[in-house]
Design a protein around this ligand. Structure first.
Ligand code: ATP
Length: 487
């Protein structure tokens, strides 16, 4: 990361804390690594992003319904899904510093120090060894390159081991003789809560294929390299949708959702040049096609959402492990045979986006330090969040110019009239200029000021965050004016 990008990232993190968006988790106890809490404006922004996703998935698609499944799931779920055996990364520890590294990250950092050609060769060897799960070969590669621990400066490495990323906990109060009996996992993804409910949902909501099931909720991963603020957390939130389709049609639905999801990001007014697709070359063994939608964060282009064509892997696995049929009866006529398609295990196309990463993309896109010339000709500056109005935590600030002359009373009436429709914020302390700056800093798109003229002609000044332009509008028009602009 270039220094100025790093400075920008650090400024965004500091701003998020200072203005009540994101706090380090358990801060009074010096924090808990890769865990964060959302403050008053952060929780509001996060809720608005979640609601926008939920509405565009469920309310705007007749064939998508939602669920809210439990975080705890039967432990066999994770055997069937492959997470118990495969959800792990190869790790190596330095014996002197006791620091643990992901093997690929350790080798990649070393490759960064080499000339381009040598680095490419090294990474080629690493990829080959990783795909073959050749841990002895990888350890030898680390030793041959004399890669050192950044903390101890030594090459005193342990053997390479797999480290499962799922958090375990115990269920129930009774100690069992076999400890394994009580173990449950904190879900590492929300998707499995959708798969195990596939038939419950299909039958009760009378869904006909193709149809989708959407869910938002917490997921937990014991990430080893957990840094970069809310980009990689140990407790985070996902917004996932599994779309069930007739086998043979998954390719076209994959392409449909790949385009549709990028459109969703752009519909928020996020700039197209900040997005790109990254098609996966190395696919999970069950996947047919997969890509990431990447966003240009301050630390570069990184995954914000994944689109995966998963075949019938998940439902078939749960069928196998639960011994319950997870099939769909399709009575549409197959033109090739002249008969109904009949029973089958549907194929699945998944869209999976991290709410916290989406939050970070909105925040980092919105953050601007601006210099400008004031009306009188003097220079000024401000820090402003250009958050899309429909996502902004506070939509309207209601500001009486003074605390007297009946202005607060008029302002309170406006609050009463508007607060049921959108989030309003009332403030009468400090100069108007200072109050505008504070609203800019939390991304409030509209401020209205009630002054003495209001008493004469029932108009107020509305000030627009992005342009800082002001105009007078009738008090009676405020609600419709703001509603129209945040729609
Ligand atoms: P990465 O390669 O960055 O670890 P992933 O490919 O493992 O991500 P998925 O399993 O596809 O991620 O999860 C879907 C989405 O969940 C990701 O696109 C991302 O937005 C989000 N996500 C995954 N892990 C984390 C995390 N540790 N913290 C925050 N968000 C996450």
């Amino acid at each position: 990361m270039a220094t100025n990008d790093n400075n920008r990232f650090q400024a965004i993190i500091a701003h998020a804390k200072e203005y009540g968006f994101v706090f380090p988790g358990s801060e009074i106890y010096d924090g808990l690594s890769a865990v964060y809490d959302y403050g008053p404006w952060g929780s509001e922004l996060k809720k608005n992003i979640r609601d926008y996703w939920w509405k565009s998935m469920t309310q705007l698609h007749e064939n998508i319904v939602g669920v809210d499944a439990a975080i705890f799931m039967h432990p066999t779920t994770w055997k069937a899904s492959g997470h118990v055996d495969n959800f792990s990364d190869p790790m190596i520890d330095n014996k002197d510093s006791k620091k643990r590294y992901r093997v690929d990250h350790l080798i990649e950092s070393y490759a960064d120090t080499l000339p381009q050609k040598e680095a490419a060769d090294l990474l080629g060897v690493m990829d080959r060894l990783l795909s073959a799960d050749d841990y002895a070969g990888l350890k030898k590669l680390i030793e041959d390159c004399q890669i050192k621990c950044a903390i101890s400066g030594t090459s005193n490495w342990t053997d390479i081991r797999q480290f499962n990323l799922m958090f375990k906990t115990e269920f129930g109060a009774v100690a069992s003789e076999n400890e394994e009996d009580n173990i449950v996992y904190l879900r590492p993804e929300t998707a499995q809560g959708i798969f195990v409910n596939f038939l419950n949902v299909q039958k009760t909501a009378r869904m006909k294929i193709p149809f989708g099931i959407a869910q938002t909720g917490k997921a937990f991963r014991n990430e080893i390299v957990a840094r970069q603020f809310i980009f990689r957390m140990r407790e985070f939130e996902q917004m996932e949708m599994q779309f069930f389709v007739r086998p043979g049609t998954e390719g076209e639905w994959y392409r449909f959702w790949k385009e549709e999801r990028l459109k969703w990001h752009l519909s928020l007014g996020m700039p197209a040049e900040k997005y790109r697709y990254h098609d996966h070359v190395k696919l999970a063994h069950y996947a047919k096609e997969a890509c990431d939608i990447e966003f240009e964060f301050p630390m570069g282009f990184k995954e914000v959402e994944g689109i995966h064509s998963r075949g019938d892997y998940d439902l078939s696995q749960h069928q196998l492990y639960s011994k319950k049929k997870l099939q769909y009866y399709d009575n549409d006529i197959n033109e090739a045979t002249g008969k109904p398609y009949g029973n089958y295990v549907p194929n699945v196309v998944e869209t999976s986006i991290g709410l916290d990463r989406m939050f970070l993309s909105v925040l980092s896109q919105a953050y601007q330090e601006e210099k400008f010339t004031k009306e009188g000709g003097s220079d000024d500056s401000r820090t402003v969040l250009h958050i899309p109005p429909k996502l902004a935590p506070v939509k309207l600030a209601v500001l009486p110019l003074t605390k007297k002359d009946g202005l607060p009373e008029i302002a309170r009436d406006i609050m009463k009239n508007c607060r049921g429709d959108f989030y309003c914020f009332y403030e009468e302390k400090d100069t108007i200029g200072k109050r505008y700056r504070r609203m800019d800093a939390i991304g409030t798109p509209f401020c209205i000021t009630i002054d003495h003229q209001t008493k004469d002609d029932q108009t107020v000044t509305i000030r627009y965050r992005d342009t800082m332009l002001q105009e007078r509008i009738p008090v009676a028009a405020i609600k419709d004016h703001v509603t129209e602009k945040i729609r």
